[in-house]
Design a protein around this ligand. Structure first.
Ligand code: NDP
Ligand code: 8X3
Length: 253
């Protein structure tokens, strides 16, 4: 993976940040996206000090025009994206489908589905032209089955599975690969965002169980990206040892 160009959306925290560190440690060059400009800059400083090149592209993935401008601004080696990690995503709330906020659900759907699709639409044609590339989508165990209060989020992650499967079909006559990584419980900023900043509620999600970390998922993403070119890791479900499904966990009292 040395010298390859990896484009990671949502690289300022959690799984995306873990992926940035892992690929940098293995000598890849990075295009890092997120909205938090300060975090992007500090990550850039940290990782360039390790000898890799880092380009920061701060934009809101829901802003189609900003995405277009950012992608069009890529020059030289940065145009040749080898691996696209479609990671930016979130959930807001744990509300019933007939009670939650349509506005909040718009944010979730626009980020998790429409932005992932738009990134794919903008980056993959270049990969097809060059005859190489890998799209790694961060789905979720939540896409396998709905859970109470998770209906819209689960639907977005089911959509990530369908988009990954559909893209794999569309690319079947090319050397490109598509991977859907489906994590279970990962302790990141995810639950803090879900509970609108309530750290107590967020911490309770991981009580009594050892959750995964963003770095753990980065290992899986890196593995999928680094296996020989004739191997396509189509889908990976990765959960803590004491998690069996999206909703069944063993928690120590
Ligand atoms: P974090 O909240 O820690 O990170 C989310 C990242 O997404 C941040 O870097 C954030 O950056 C970015 N992001 C969110 N909205 C936007 C936006 N509109 N434009 C650009 N970037 C955005 O959560 P995770 O690392 O856990 O989440 C990463 C992915 O993993 C998500 O797709 C999530 O659904 C998925 N996932 C998480 C699991 C978990 O248990 N944590 C389990 C399964 C899947 P910024 O704020 O700078 O914009
Ligand atoms: C995040 C996993 O179970 O919190 O995708 O929805 S869960």
């Amino acid at each position: 993976m040395k010298g390859k160009v990896i484009f990671i959306t949502g690289a300022t925290s959690g799984i995306g940040e873990g992926c940035a560190r892992k690929f940098a440690a293995m000598g890849s060059n990075l295009i890092l996206n997120g909205r938090n400009v300060e975090k992007l800059e500090s990550l850039k400083q940290e990782l360039t000090a390790q000898g890799v090149d880092v380009l920061t592209l701060p934009f809101d993935v829901r802003d189609r025009q900003a995405m277009r401008q950012a992608v069009d601004s890529l020059q030289g080696k940065w145009k040749n994206v080898d691996v696209l990690v479609n990671n930016a995503g979130l959930v807001i709330g744990l509300d019933k489908e007939y009670e939650g906020s349509l506005e909040e659900w718009d944010v979730v759907i626009d980020t998790n589905i429409k932005a992932l699709l738009a990134m794919t639409r903008m980056i993959v044609p270049g990969m097809v032209e060059r005859g190489c590339g890998h799209i790694i989508n961060i789905g979720s165990v939540a896409g396998d089955a709905a859970y109470a209060g998770g209906s819209v989020y689960c639907a977005t992650k089911a959509a990530v599975k369908a988009l990954s499967d559909g893209l794999r079909i569309d690319l079947v006559d090319t050397p490109l690969r598509v991977t859907n990584v489906k994590p279970g419980l990962v302790e990141t900023n995810f639950s803090v965002v879900r509970f609108r900043g309530d750290k107590g509620k967020a911490d309770a999600v991981y009580e009594g169980i050892r959750p995964l970390t963003g770095d753990d998922i980065a290992e899986v993403v890196y593995y999928a990206a680094s296996v020989p070119a004739h191997i396509q890791i189509a889908e990976v479900l990765v959960m803590p040892t004491n998690q069996a499904t999206g909703t069944i966990c063993y928690r120590k009292k």
